[in-house]
Design a protein around this ligand. Structure first.
Ligand SMILES: [Fe+2]
Ligand SMILES: [Fe+2]
Length: 291
């Protein structure tokens, strides 16, 4: 059995202290070129290096903001679960996770602050819809843990991609370090989320899962749409005008569609094995506008 001392002593390292913040640098990629929404689009690949790097920086900032939203949802739910449980071990685990997610969010805030790009607080229609859907889901339910699996695993997969670095070029040392620190904690979060998802799904009747699956599919679809297809004004800020036309190019980009499908695939396969009928649709196909 894990004890408070076991979780607290030695294991926790403050992420803020593990990063050389003076190394924040805009003369490099913040996402690998192959991980951009316009990767492989000929007109984009012909753009100057500075424009393509700036898009990588703005797309990374967009991911940080999505990460902040997601982690705020986790922290709120985990705090409630920690308060409600009668099991001391679970209470310790939940509170430990709150502390780790807070550490991640503090890293994101610090980089956003130093990035000079400013903070965009608009969440767009998709995230407001996910917010509303999520608000209806009881904490600790089978549906809740199914959503947590996707929320934990998608950023984790991106961090693994970031840790592989950039072929023949430079990825920001700060971005690399943030991915490294985030990965360190998230492996345990993902494993725990899968375990809870499996357990709660076993207790959930087949008809209930069939009834709830369309809502789960929509939430995953909207979340992926928001995360992987940034709003038009982001392209304009990168120097790609008109932003709407570049966003349409991203939505139609087969390379991006394949990336998104690949990012989602392991989580969707796991959810299907747990009895959820998640479709794994391609988020871009039906969407032509909006954030
Ligand atoms: Fe996190
Ligand atoms: Fe996490």
């Amino acid at each position: 059995m894990s004890s408070v001392a076991e979780f607290s002593a030695g294991r926790y390292e403050d992420p803020l202290a593990g990063i050389d913040w003076d190394a924040v640098d805009r003369d490099c990629w913040w996402l690998p070129p192959s991980a951009l929404s316009l990767s492989g689009v000929a007109a984009f690949e012909a753009m100057p290096l500075a424009t393509r790097r700036r898009l990588s920086q703005l797309e990374y900032v967009h991911l940080l903001q999505a990460g902040l939203w997601l982690e705020s949802q986790f922290m709120a739910r985990l705090a409630i679960l920690a308060h409600r449980t009668k099991d001391a071990e679970r209470q310790v685990r939940f509170l430990h996770e709150v502390r780790e997610e807070a550490g991640h969010s503090l890293m994101f805030v610090e980089l956003l602050r130093r990035s000079g790009f400013g903070v965009d607080k608009s969440r767009g229609l998709a995230m407001r819809a996910v917010d509303a859907l999520g608000g209806l889901v009881p904490s600790n339910s089978a549906l809740f843990w199914a959503m947590v699996v996707v929320g934990e695993e998608l950023p984790d997969r991106l961090n693994r991609r970031l840790r592989r670095g950039v072929e023949d070029d430079t990825l920001s040392a700060v971005v690399y370090r943030i991915a490294d620190i985030h990965l360190r904690d998230e492996a345990a979060h993902s494993a725990y989320a899968r375990e809870q998802c499996r357990r709660t799904a076993e207790r959930c009747a087949r008809w209930q899962k069939a009834l709830l699956s369309p809502g789960l599919s929509i939430a995953i679809d909207l979340y992926a749409r928001h995360v992987y297809y940034p709003p038009a004004d982001l392209y304009a800020r990168a120097g790609l005008a008109p932003g709407r036309a570049w966003r349409r190019a991203a939505l139609a980009n087969p390379v991006r569609r394949a990336q998104v499908a690949e990012m989602l695939r392991p989580s969707l396969e796991f959810l299907r094995r747990s009895g959820w009928r998640v479709a794994g649709r391609r988020p871009a196909r039906r969407i032509e506008s909006g954030a």
